[in-house]
Design a protein around this ligand. Structure first.
Ligand SMILES: NC(=O)c1ccc[n+]([C@@H]2O[C@H](COP(=O)([O-])OP(=O)(O)OC[C@H]3O[C@@H](n4cnc5c(N)ncnc54)[C@H](OP(=O)(O)O)[C@@H]3O)[C@@H](O)[C@H]2O)c1
Length: 307
């Protein structure tokens, strides 16, 4: 079996070693080396030449959960299944990141740090939990994990997805018609949607205006879902109290971008849930073995839907 590997960053050795151990006997070529006729391609943000040079493959594995970057590649061969990562160690990381952001807000960690630095002993009034609803945009693999992590704290939890869900303890909203009611219940709005033609620009002024006054936006999905200028205007006007941002329209975030030094924004460099080599390779190798036996696999991307 021939595998073409085009891994993220400078991690080629780790990916090759893990893959060789998981699929003994497979011949692994690391891009820009490309076998004549690979069986599978494992890629992250592939360059346009990759598919042109690689020829037909049985399946393409995307080395991440979000597939917007691969779907934009003009040379992506039609009809070949694209298989994304499902959790693969990212759900626990996402649950940690979002829980930290929600609790920092709810327990007012920043306000107490400022009081400490001012040498002031002051007890602030507590938030009512009933007024601290957490709304999760996107209730897929990661959204569900975040809801599970937050549940023991007793915040009211709502989720918005394309199709309606039944999850104990979670109010399910679906489709554009139910978005306004969902937003109105979200004191904290966690974005875990894929970037698709229907979600890009979704969090614009009109959507942000529907959130309760003083709301907190946590975007851990993709930068292009948020309209940057509208977010800054809402923060400046105090309609939103804070934003926790891990993803941006342009990454790295350009040095002059107003997000960097905004007093109501906490940002991180796209690290809320990173791709873990060993977990990802174990998942992909198991799926390749299933495909080789003629069995079906989960995580196949619906290209028309965009995720
Ligand atoms: N920051 C990071 O480090 C990081 C890491 C990993 C992933 N991510 C991002 O997180 C996203 C979510 O990952 P996941 O694994 O949870 O994906 P997923 O399992 O595919 O879940 C996507 C969810 O979004 C919903 N959705 C999609 N389009 C919608 C629309 N137009 N209206 C309403 N709901 C819609 C889906 O609804 P249905 O359930 O009805 O289909 C589903 O619940 C990824 O696409 C990626 O962009 C970020």
């Amino acid at each position: 079996m021939d595998i073409l590997l085009q891994p993220p960053g400078d991690e080629a050795d780790a990916w090759r070693t893990a893959l060789a151990a998981a699929l003994p006997g497979a011949r692994i070529a690391v891009w820009p080396e490309a076998p004549e006729d690979p069986d599978y391609a494992l890629v992250w943000k592939p360059p346009v030449e990759l598919f042109a040079r690689a020829g037909p493959v049985k399946a393409i594995f995307n080395l991440g959960a979000g597939v917007n970057a691969i779907l934009d590649v003009a040379s992506l061969p039609a009809g070949v299944p694209i298989i994304r990562l499902e959790d693969a160690g990212m759900a626990a990381q996402m649950a940690e990141y979002v829980t930290l952001a929600v609790l920092r807000d709810y327990r007012e960690a920043d306000a107490y740090a400022a009081l400490q630095h001012a040498g002031r002993w002051l007890r602030r009034p507590r938030f009512e939990k009933a007024e601290f609803g957490v709304g999760i945009l996107g209730f897929g693999v990661l959204g569900v994990a975040v809801a599970r992590a937050l549940m023991p704290f007793g915040f009211p939890i709502a989720a918005w997805s394309r199709t309606r869900k039944t999850a104990p303890g979670v109010a399910s909203f679906s489709g554009p018609a139910e978005l306004p009611a969902f937003l109105a219940a979200s004191r904290v709005l966690v974005c875990l949607l894929p970037s698709t033609p229907s979600t890009r620009g979704l969090l614009d002024r009109a959507a942000l205006d529907r959130l309760p006054r003083g709301a907190h936006l946590i975007n851990v999905a993709r930068g292009e879902i948020v309209v940057d200028e509208d977010l800054i205007a809402a923060l400046d006007a105090g309609r939103l109290s804070r934003a926790t941002l891990d993803v941006f329209r342009e990454e790295p975030l350009p040095s002059g971008h107003p997000f960097w030094h905004h007093s109501r924004i906490a940002l991180t460099p796209h690290i809320s849930a990173v791709t873990l080599v060993d977990d990802s390779v174990a998942q992909i190798a198991a799926k390749i073995r299933r495909l080789e036996r003629g069995e079906s696999v989960t995580g196949v991307v619906d290209r028309a839907r965009g995720y």
